[in-house]
Design a protein around this ligand. Sequence first.
Ligand code: PLP
Length: 386
Amino acid sequence: MAIPFIDLAAQKARIGGAIDSAIRRVLDHGAYIMGPEVRTFEANMAAFAKAKHCLSCANGTDAIELILRGLGITAGDAVFVPAFTFVATAEVVPMTNAEPVFVDILPDTYNIDPAKLEAAIATVKAEGRLKPAAIIAVDLFGQAADYPALSEIAKKHGLHLICDSAQGFGTTIEGVQPLEYCVATATSFYPAKPLGCYGDGGAAVTNDDALMERMISFRVHGGATPSDAATMKFEHETKYLNVRIGMNSRLDTIQAAVLIEKLAIFAEEIELRQAVADRYAEKLSGKVLAVPHVKAGYVSTWAQYTIEHENRDGLQAHLRHAGVPTAVYYPIPLHQQPGYEMYRSGGLDLAVSEAKAKTVISLPFSPYLKPETQDEIVAAVLGFNG
Ligand SMILES: Cc1ncc(COP(=O)(O)O)c(C=O)c1O
């Protein structure tokens, strides 16, 4: 049987019955938009994230945008983002009329480099064209960024620290989640993510009441919040009082129903993921250019198991031939993407991002990856002599 890159079928075999029943319940009550499962899921997510609030939305990209808009990020603001991430992290910034400023990553964790962030902030301040406003740190491949260091920098310069945990929701540092250090965390429920649904979905979690109120408004067309309504006279439903230019970014009730079931086993799946990662490390460590490095005290959710190889493209072709699917996250750092050329941040060194784009390759991964399948994958990797 072909090896899947991410084995969603194995999870479905485990909880498919419960998911079918959950979907059927939605079909029976028919509240497809903002139905009761959406509220239940938001409450369960908030509890899991140890957050006061959870706002579900249509996808992870919107979750980041909702946070930025809720914080009032706007034209003239600089938002610092890693150069080595999925494009969505940077894409949302121009949507607020602010500008992304790319920062290099650390070579061992692939996450934003705090020292280089300091340098980027200094450069932007010296240039004087933009006002440093926010940092979006990414928990790449599942491991939390260095939030203790980043939050010090954010405090020192008066910046909002936002966590893009689309790949790392559930990751911890000494037992606490990134939200402990950030104003809000965004995540994605894209099916391949550690916590995914059966379509598109996303969420933002926060402890900030005012931010939550504004995000609720932006999520559905900029409708009046209770605070807005208290200061305005309007005789119709406040739903039709549009105080700001918003968006339409709701999580479907059916997806919320699926996610309730998946979140119930998520903590256990994170442990299963760790066991799979440990097996890869045991067999590949020292035999390829690099295996993932998880810092002491950190727990990764292993969105990807990413190794490095000097002849990455050769290894990928070899594995394809051996029936092992792989993926390259990411072949082009964001500052080199044609759509982002105008944001090439002058003078800032992004050499690590550029080098990693040439060597990284992600192997098949799932909490249910069987040892014998993993052995096949490892044998195929080790059988490459290129
Ligand atoms: C780091 C990162 N940020 C944001 C996103 C966007 O999530 P979505 O695809 O749900 O919009 C992704 C998803 O691939 C991601 O990997």
